[in-house]
Design a protein around this ligand. Sequence first.
Ligand SMILES: [Zn+2]
Length: 230
Amino acid sequence: MLEKLRAEVLEANLELVRRGLVLYTFGNASGVSRELGLVAIKPSGVPYERMTPADMVVTDLHGKVVEGSLRPSSDLDTHLALYRAFPAIGGVVHTHSRHATAWAQACREIPCLGTTHADYFHGPVPVTAPLTAAEIESNYEANTGLAIVRRLDGRDPLGCPAALVASHGPFCWGQSATEAAHHAAIVEELAAMAWLAMGLNPAAGAIADALRDKHFFRKHGDTATYGQGS
Ligand SMILES: [Zn+2]
């Protein structure tokens, strides 16, 4: 079942390794079949070089394992909270990539300083509020997802395809697992660029609204003109 989705999810996980976004078995990618209401996700603790499509674990949107003999990623409930809240998304990726995690640990949003950033986000990459002790003690992973959902506060998740979880790291998403992995690489690059730019000029302000809008809306919404169309 879901051979194509399993293969894509494996490929998205391997892409995180190729892009230098994960160490050891940190990080995880998943994808959802909206038609079937099923999610394929990386298994917990299996080295990337040994993973096969058959190792991907298939669950329903409430975490019941439907197929697979391995345990799913321990972050499964965060992925599921995002899939339930954001019907438009088709893939989720989590990493502890260095620069994005540094911003998360500093509990700072990544400011939108330039056009590279504005091509993907119509503003900063947001950072969540810290979880309470009660949220950490019980249903920690699901509460992590809910903290992200609260932080998005009704915004279109495809216009803000990532958030930093405070004191933790980035969660990224997209229309597919492939796109979510792409966004994980982009967020890491934006985090590194913003860090360098602010080192050169600590007073660097956000990109001008007109320039941000120009870049964001070239790629998003009804007026998008980027690429070759369909
Ligand atoms: Zn993590």
